[in-house]
Write a protein of this length. Structure first.
Length: 272
């Protein structure tokens, strides 16, 4: 139920417009309640009573704006989420890249965009450590809008409940058991560089062979989705691959990516 006493329709429009302008994330009447609950929590933390006072503050305080955007984003993830993508990565994408990259030993560059608390980039790192020949290496950049999530990701600690789905051989090889959970081993942690990045903006990143951006663009409207996808194109190398969420699609979008259906999963390719 919408709490009109807390957030009037006019103030909802103000917040919605600001969030869209600063992040590309779209709040509609359907998911208004999510914004309301996150905003209430943020105001309690800051001991601010009035929503109008707060929006005036975040318009001028860039650090608090980052904190607010952090608070309203949904960060649901897990290790080996959508196993079919990782099967396609192992059995199709990596062999294709090894054939296309002429320099040997070669380095495969990956961007995990919208990495949340780090499960996705660490999954990629573990998988590549398993399958790549010793003469090959990889670098992973993982970015997110949430500073809180990035702190968790950098720490590399996950409670027992968070490692559900990790195969036993990976768990014993790439994690250390500690009180209350598991810690990613240093060899894997050092392979992943975490960075704050708002997908609404140009990244400056270049020459990625693989981009993972799963279950992120569903929060954007059509114009913002197209802009994000085209920025990925500019950041990717020739003959590179893009993974998006299984419920997401580039169908009907003005983009140069080609749809690619493998035996394991569907994805997209920059095929030039």
């Amino acid at each position: 139920m919408v709490d009109n006493e807390f957030l009037s329709d006019a103030n909802f429009e103000l917040y919605r417009d600001l969030i869209y302008k600063e992040s590309g994330i779209t709040f509609t009447p359907t998911n208004r309640s999510i914004l309301e609950s996150r905003l209430k929590e943020r105001l309690r933390e800051k001991n601010i009573k009035d929503v109008k006072t707060y929006i005036d503050a975040i318009k001028v305080d860039k650090e608090e704006l980052k904190g607010f955007l952090d608070a309203i984003t949904t960060n649901l993830t897990r290790f080996f989420r959508n196993q079919a993508h990782f099967d396609a990565l192992e059995k199709y994408v990596i062999p294709e890249l090894m054939n296309n990259i002429k320099k040997v030993p070669g380095t495969i560059r990956i961007w995990s965009a919208g990495c949340s608390t780090g499960e996705e980039p660490y999954t990629i790192a573990m998988l590549l450590s398993e399958i790549l020949p010793k003469s090959w290496s990889y670098d992973i950049l993982a970015s997110d809008l949430s500073l809180k999530c990035l702190m968790t990701a950098k720490e590399g600690f996950y409670a027992d409940s968070r490692i559900v789905g990790v195969p036993d051989n990976y768990l014993s090889k790439y994690f250390n058991k500690v009180d209350g959970g598991y810690k990613i081993i240093n060899d894997i942690q050092t392979k992943v560089k975490f960075d704050y990045h708002n997908l609404k903006n140009e990244s400056g990143y270049k020459n990625f062979d693989i981009v993972f951006c799963r279950n992120v663009i569903i929060y954007f409207d059509d114009a913002a989705q197209t802009a994000v996808i085209n920025r990925f194109w500019n950041a990717m190398a020739s003959k590179s691959f893009l993974f998006i969420g299984h419920s997401e699609s580039l169908f009907g979008m003005d983009t140069k990516f080609e749809f690619l259906k493998t035996e394991w999963a569907t994805l997209y390719q920059k095929n030039i």
